[in-house]
Design a protein around this ligand. Structure first.
Ligand code: TRP
Length: 454
């Protein structure tokens, strides 16, 4: 993202930057573990339906508001509806981004640590001592701190575009590595059970939790619901086709997630692991897979390097949300506020870092009912911020765009850059004004009904 309101250098530059935010641990870490916890293929199918039916049209709505107003989320809302309470939706986005960054940074720290673990843990398969790795507070907190500091330094210096240039080269590499791993994992004995789990839906496994998890994951993975794509949209020129760009971003993002599953699930069944292992799933399965491969140390290190970069482009965009809000709206110095926000995020994330076995209280936290998510603090944060508040924010923003600003205005903004949207415009307006708000509202309200929280 850029510090001044310039326009993107190229159309591809914009698509790649937005994809950089979208593609991250959400695809490679969160998608497999949530799929595993929710019984596999039926979840995947519901997730894909939500991505196309709700995620894609909603992403276009965020882009449209951003491009029409050329402002950050709070500024954009103020411009459309000055002096109204809607500006608090922007504030909700700030809170949510801090909550997400806190647990996301913990996992990004693991990813970073596993670069070295893959390289140097030659004796025992790295997988055998995941619990050792993770219950070691120095590592957990140290690695988490390093990742937050690196993110903050980049946002502080405003050198995001440098990282984005790198990620343009490195992300295709990640995809190539994925393809090699898919082939390798699917040649292992018993891997076909994994494919069955992952691709043959068994709808008897679909419960209420599956549906909320799929909805949350769809928005989370596409970086929607915080107004981040409003900010991205504010930099796109009128000639960029919002519809086609969003379609590319959504497809890239879904493909990376689907590929990650094609590695994890076959490997998991071949190696006799449990799909419902929770947040540690990919950190248990993948090192074990690497340890069986020729030159597995290097494959593993390469994999975790590329994944760390993917995570970094996402943490940068998450930290940008509160920082640019405070800079634009509160007139504080960018350089100072970056460190305050980063420090605050770090503190908020400490319980998550200690929740995978280190501290019993955080490991068995369980404030939210087990019908929604696992008991450890990290899973609870991931559900509360990454599923619940995120979709709630998306619901409000969607109502704002569809009804307050007006879906017709938004549709007209999308039309500016291309006729190919005209056949879909009616459907799009219906999705934004009616279908998305109704589906999301029904799901959110039923959380309270079904779980008895009130
Ligand atoms: N989408 C990213 C991922 O899948 C995470 C992320 C980055 C995000 N920015 C966001 C999620 C904004 C929600 C909102 O890894």
């Amino acid at each position: 993202m850029k510090s001044e309101r310039g326009l993107w250098g190229s159309k591809l530059g914009f698509i790649l930057a937005a994809s950089g935010s979208a593609i991250g641990l959400g695809n490679v870490w969160r998608f497999p573990y949530i799929t595993g916890e929710n019984g596999g293929a039926a979840f995947v199918l519901i997730y894909l339906v939500f991505v196309l039916l709700l995620g894609l049209p909603y992403m276009m709505a965020e882009f449209a508001l951003g491009r029409a107003t050329q402002l950050n989320p709070v500024g954009a809302i103020e411009k459309v509806k000055p002096g109204s309470k809607w500006k608090y939706v922007g504030l909700l986005g700030i809170i949510t981004s801090i909550g997400i960054l806190s647990f996301y940074g913990v996992i990004a720290g693991w990813t970073f640590g596993y670069i070295f673990k893959s390289l140097f843990d030659t004796g025992t398969p790295a997988s055998n001592d995941f619990s050792g790795f993770i219950s070691n507070p120095q590592y957990e907190i140290g690695l988490y701190a390093i990742f937050i500091i690196v993110t903050a330094v980049i946002v502080y210096k405003g050198v995001e575009s440098g990282i984005e240039k790198w990620s343009k080269i490195l992300m295709p590499l990640l995809l190539v590595l994925f393809i090699i791993l898919i082939v390798y994992a699917n040649l292992l004995p018993n891997s076909s059970q994994g494919i069955e789990f992952y691709l043959y839906p068994d709808f008897s496994k679909v419960g209420f939790k599956t549906i909320i998890a799929a909805l949350g994951q769809a928005f989370f993975s596409l970086s929607l619901g915080l107004g981040l794509m409003i900010t991205f949209g504010s930099y796109i020129p009128k000639s960029t086709n919002i519809f086609i760009s969003a379609l590319y971003i959504v497809l890239f993002d879904a493909i990376v997630a689907l590929f990650a599953g094609l590695i994890i699930f076959p490997a998991l069944f071949a190696l006799g692991e449990n799909p419902a292992s929770g947040p540690s799933l990919v950190f248990i399965v993948l090192p074990k897979l690497f340890s069986q491969m020729p030159a597995g140390n290097f494959v593993g290190a390469a994999f975790f390097i590329l994944l760390s970069i993917a995570a970094l482009t996402s943490t940068i965009s998450l930290l940008e949300v509160p920082v640019s809000y405070l800079v634009d709206e509160k007139n504080v110095s960018r350089k100072k506020i970056v460190w305050y926000v980063a420090f605050f995020v770090f503190i908020v994330g400490l319980p998550s870092a200690l929740s995978q076995g280190t501290v019993k209280f955080f490991t068995n936290f369980g404030w939210l009912p087990s019908s929604l998510t696992s008991a450890d603090f990290l899973s609870q944060m991931s559900f509360f911020f990454g599923d619940f508040l995120l979709t709630f924010g998306a619901l409000l923003l969607c109502i704002f765009i569809g009804w307050i600003w007006g879906a017709k205005n938004a549709g007209a903004e999308i039309m500016i850059s291309g006729d190919n949207f005209s056949k879909f415009k009616g459907t799009w307006i219906f999705l934004i004004k009616y279908l998305l708000p109704v589906i999301v509202l029904v799901i959110l309200v039923s959380i309270f009904k079904v779980t008895g929280i009130s």
